[in-house]
Write a protein that binds this ligand. Structure first.
Ligand code: NAD
Length: 254
């Protein structure tokens, strides 16, 4: 499809998991991609995302070392998009989860989680929006979580960060709407990635109980999230601004 033909995107955390699926789908729909990550190799194995894009699609892609907790590194990722004509779509996807019980969370753990999950999305949006204002528009997609919609004991710092990402999205939709910039969030449920496999949520003992809570009766795949991202990046969603797209198989509907 040519839904994203001629667009240029920056996807953080695009070496692996959900970000990788988003980057590949964007390229399949015609967008060039800057893969911004702290590691080039996918956590789940296989060829690096930018190499797969070059081999399997007509789009162009480049990998940029970028720790989203550092604003200057986010600037470099957005700068790399100039090679493809300048950023049109920013996806703030990089993030991780922390399973430490609330009473045991250290200040260090808290700071790193917030620096990546919340500060990373905040300044990712800022560096992208600076350029988009100059360009006359763009779209920003923030990857929150169902845990940014409702609290979850045992992952309190994570829920706190993802709730922040949700309200960041609403605030920016209001603040940037007049600049031709749409800002939306995706709230994935339980998705099969290294993140959920290593924590035992997928493929471990916890999976069966979780599946009972998911009306569709299956774990989500990274491609399920990528479909929503393509929609929010494209003109199909031209009147969506400040929207929370929940992709969880019905988990939070019950
Ligand atoms: P993943 O661990 O499979 O991939 C995350 C990618 O982000 C990795 O390539 C990693 O190197 C990169 N990354 C980590 N820290 C970074 C940093 N500081 N700067 C740049 N890149 C960094 O995880 P995933 O499951 O694909 O998660 C992607 C996003 O989706 C995260 O924000 C996560 O919170 C969110 N999410 C995931 C699920 C799920 O079920 N997997 C559910 C809801 C939300």
């Amino acid at each position: 499809s040519d839904l994203l033909d001629g667009r240029t995107s920056v996807v953080t955390g695009a070496a692996s998991g959900i970000g990788r699926a988003i980057a590949l789908s964007f390229a399949e729909h015609g967008a060039d991609v800057v893969v911004a990550d702290i590691r080039e190799e996918p956590r789940e194995g296989g060829a690096p995302t930018h190499e797969r894009i070059a081999e399997e699609t007509d789009a162009s892609a480049v990998y940029v070392d970028c720790d989203v907790s550092e604003r200057t590194q986010l600037e470099e990722a957005v700068e790399a998009a100039e090679e493809f004509g300048g950023i049109d779509v920013m996806v703030n996807n990089a993030g991780f989860a922390l399973g430490t019980p609330f009473l045991e969370v250290t200040e260090e753990e808290y700071d790193r989680l917030m620096d990546v999950n919340l500060k990373g999305a905040f300044f990712g949006a800022q560096v992208a929006a600076e350029r988009m204002v100059e360009n006359g528009g763009g779209t920003i997609i923030n990857i929150s979580s169902v845990e940014g919609l409702q609290g979850a004991g045992g992952t309190t710092p994570y829920s706190t960060s993802k709730g922040g990402v949700r309200l960041l999205t609403y605030s920016l939709a209001d603040e940037l709407g007049g600049e031709g910039i749409r800002v939306n969030a995706i709230h994935p449920g339980l998705i099969r990635t290294t993140l959920t496999e290593q924590s035992g949520l997928v493929g471990g003992d916890a999976e069966e109980a979780l599946l009972r809570q998911i009306p569709q009766g299956r774990v989500g795949e990274p491609e399920d999230v990528a479909g929503g991202a393509v929609f929010l990046a494209s003109d199909l969603s031209d009147y969506a601004n400040g929207e929370s797209l929940v992709l969880d198989g019905g988990l939070t509907s019950t």
